[in-house]
Design a protein around this ligand. Structure first.
Ligand SMILES: NC(=O)c1ccc[n+]([C@@H]2O[C@H](COP(=O)([O-])OP(=O)(O)OC[C@H]3O[C@@H](n4cnc5c(N)ncnc54)[C@H](O)[C@@H]3O)[C@@H](O)[C@H]2O)c1
Length: 356
């Protein structure tokens, strides 16, 4: 069994549950700057090996991999430290929030020979997995276009102090999920443009950056896609709409994966229409805590996939390169919001001397 250290015990809670329930991982240490957070998780999981010092966790030679769930702006530094200590790394999304760190990270991962996996959790959720499987099996033919959205009433999130800092952007924190879906199916996005605004609710809550955004994308082969996000207002009833949804329109069929609703619909190439709604046991596997606030099942799926990649020596995706590609796209989207013009991804990559 591989040994795991977990850094950041807010969302890291899901990973604690995932590791404790997995036959492929042994949780060795959990770490948070806040001793209170450590104590809370120790009590919750009856697991008492914790430290408030990341350095101490990294010094433990027995730990094979570190899973990072600190605020976005700290990811680059925490990934660098882990690689310098010879650990494999799982880093939650968004991988980094500034491409200025990308080159050094890519070089460091090459030098270290360690694997880096980006925790784009939504790919590992049941409806998204099924949609991908059907797509790869050719059920909807070739992809024509993809539409993805992530809309949520995240006013509760504004209680976290870092949510109100000018460095926090829903563009990275929220849209990284649907944008990852776009890149999963259309990796070679060449150009993007979009509009965004800060809603009245967002202003009132103290947010500094856009909380409502619509973007369109063009891939190098001419195919197009779109994404939208809105984060500070009520959403539709779940029977009518989904907070997070991905629609694939193909040459011979179409499919839609709805996230929290655990719902998937497909019209396949034979013309058959199918709707799958997963039941309670699946729901319990994915959402183990109150409400649907955490994502333990998705994390267990990706932790186990990453364990296999270490033991069988293959690359688990999204890897660092793919994670950086998504950040480059997010950064191009950010620039498009500022300039009101279409932005080429290559220009962003060139600015940082990156060839992916
Ligand atoms: N579906 C997903 O994949 C998903 C969902 C939610 C959050 N996230 C990501 O997880 C990350 C954390 O989000 P959160 O909601 O848990 O935030 P949070 O503020 O609740 O938790 C962050 C924790 O990190 C700790 N921390 C901060 N600096 C530290 C340091 N230097 N060393 C050790 N611990 C430190 C804080 O004390 C805090 O407990 C973000 O990057 C977020 O985007 C991913």
């Amino acid at each position: 069994m591989l040994k795991l250290g977990i850094l950041g015990l807010g969302e890291g809670r899901s990973t604690i549950s995932a590791a404790l329930n997995s036959k492929k991982w042994q949780l060795k240490t959990m770490c948070d700057l806040s001793e209170e957070a450590c104590k809370q998780r120790a009590k919750e999981f009856d697991f008492h090996h914790y430290t408030t010092s990341y350095q101490e966790m990294l010094n433990d030679a027995e730990i094979d991999a570190v899973a990072i769930y600190t605020p976005d702006k700290l990811h680059a530094e925490h990934v660098k430290m882990a690689l310098k200590h010879g650990k494999h790394v799982i880093c939650t999304k968004p991988f980094i929030d500034d491409l200025a760190d990308a080159k050094e990270l890519l070089e460091l991962s090459k030098q270290s020979g360690k694997k880096v996996f980006v925790g784009q959790s939504s790919r590992f959720f049941e409806p998204a997995k099924r949609q991908r499987k059907d797509f790869e099996a050719g059920l909807i033919g070739d992809l024509i276009t993809i539409e993805a959205q992530y809309h949520a009433d995240h006013r509760w999130f504004l209680e976290k102090p870092w949510a109100l800092e000018s460095s926090f952007k829903w563009l990275y924190g929220g849209l990284s999920h649907p944008v990852d879906f776009i890149r999963w199916y259309l990796p070679n996005i060449e150009e993007v443009m979009g509009y965004g605004m800060l809603s009245e609710n967002g202003k009132k809550g103290g947010l500094k950056n856009e909380d409502t955004m619509h973007f369109i994308f063009k891939a190098s082969d001419g195919r197009i896609a779109r994404v939208s996000g809105a984060y500070t207002g009520p959403t539709q009833p779940a029977q009518r709409d989904s907070g997070m949804s991905t629609i694939l329109r193909g040459t011979e069929g179409a499919s839609q994966a709805d996230y929290h609703e655990l719902r998937y619909a497909v019209t396949d190439k034979t013309g058959e229409e199918k709707i799958i709604i997963w039941g309670d046991s699946t729901l319990k596997y994915y959402f183990r805590f109150e409400g649907q606030s955490h994502h333990a099942g998705e994390y267990q799926n990706y932790l186990e996939y990453f364990a296999d990649s270490i033991e069988q020596n293959f690359t688990a995706y999204p890897d660092m390169q793919e994670g950086i590609g998504t950040v480059a796209l997010l950064q191009a989207m950010d620039k498009s919001l500022k300039t009101g013009t279409p932005i080429k991804i290559k220009d962003i990559l060139d600015t940082y001397g990156l060839v992916l």
